[in-house]
Design a protein around this ligand. Sequence first.
Ligand code: AMP
Length: 560
Amino acid sequence: MEFKLLAEVCEKLEKTTKRNMMIAIVSEFLRKLSEEEIKPAVLMMLGRALPKYDPRDLNVSWATLSKVIKRLAGTHWLDFHQAFRSTGDIGAAVQAVLERKRMENRQSALFEKPLTILEVERILESIAEVKGEGAREKKDRLLEGLFGRATPLEAKYLTKIIIGEMRTGFQESLMESAVAETFSIPLKDIQMASMVTGDVSEVAYLCKKYGKNGIANLGFKIFRPVKPMLAQMATNLKEVFEEHGGKTALEYKMDGARVQIHLSSGEVRIFSRRLTDVTKSLPEIVDLVRNEVNVKEAILEGEVIAVGGDSKPMPFQYLMRRFKRVHEIERIAKDIPVELYLFDILYLDGENTIKIHYAERREMLREVAGNIPLTKQIVTSSLKEAEDFLKAAVEEGHEGLMAKKLDSPYTPGVRGKYWFKVKEVLPPLDLVIVAAEYGYGRRRRWLSDYYLAARCGDRFEIVGKTFKGLTDDEMEEITKRLKEIAIREEGNRVIVMPKIVVEVAYNEIQKSPKYESGMALRFARIIRIRDDKAPEEADTIDTLRKIYESQFLRKSKRAY
Ligand code: AMP
């Protein structure tokens, strides 16, 4: 099958937003594909050159690709820039540049040999496999060969596949529906198979080759990551007890990165939450698992956290440096040491364990984990005990708790009520409005954006700004009141006397050069107007500083 047909299908997908129409278009196309073609075609339509879990990587940046195309088309970067400005899409910009070139040269659309889907697959794989000396040049040559044979429309989609941004709106869940329709298999069976294999292209292939039987009784495969189970946010611990029937397991929610660890006969591979292979970035975790886990085959889940010299967790951005790193790993491993805490087991020596209840899985995990710590956990039916556990988690520098229903299975890819995340809420602050701005659109008649200040002796210092939290009626009322206490106007902004106190919730206090106070509230929102409080009773800068310090005392000092 020619690649042109795949590009035409993608073009049709891009032009519609109707889900059913998209599914019908893809399903009609899938029917025409052969056994060998279906897998690469499904991946390419999702904007992937290789399956997500594949340890190989194309490693072709836009800078490299655009250079190749510029060379082929003999254009200047300004042409690209212009094409990108008018289309807003890299793929479409490539297409536009190549079209123009073709018109200038009055080239006919005669291309010697049309590209096929299988050829494109082979060339992409070759690009991913190029290694060693002269790799850059070899990649360039392969790319030139590929784009040299592509029509402008094909080049548009090749670009999208290589860069990994399809942007047709046709996502994995729609692909599952299309596969279900093509092979007349219930969607829930396809979804299940897709969760288990972590790869919808594999599911399409199995259906094509073996029909419905191909995906019946699919088990997990070692080295094929499974979609992770997700958690809902609970507003408080009481809600958790209600949903979990009065008793629940609580675990520390560690602020790290989720890893899925696959082990088979001493070989260990680690996958990120997004199912990419991150084995190379975490050599010490590979060794740890190899040494400690004494079973033949297993799929384990856990959280990797970065720790400072003071053994407290470091903020997330430090950990991300470890994950992005493929070179000089040893040096950075010393700088940013990581620790692993395990929390689940999905597979053990030939058996899926996901149907087994959480409480039992946890026991299994304990047995196989050797000396690797599990996430700290309690099982409780006491709200007080749960609250103390949450406090302790936060004090030790963690994000909060995960609450897990004791008799629940592991549901890959599902965000249900079996798992809840519970985070600490920082105490609300009473702050004073010292200025306000008119809004936009529907809000332009109101002073709807408020500068919030804390007390500092007999002055007020701004610590944040918000337009969130008030109803239309409240905004109407507060606008009137603010105008009455206005001191002066500065363009769109009205400076007012510090009279109105509001209670404010926020997620974090950050260091910020934006305001004189040197601090800024993150995600501030007004809970209510506190007419019962006088400005002299508002919270002070000192209070904010204390909360700020308490936040960072829990995190490793190295980060600050
Ligand atoms: P969120 O990313 O906020 O939806 O929270 C879920 C994430 O919390 C998971 O994907 C894990 O990376 C992380 N996490 C930390 N500790 C745990 C734990 N004990 N159990 C499950 N997930 C955890």
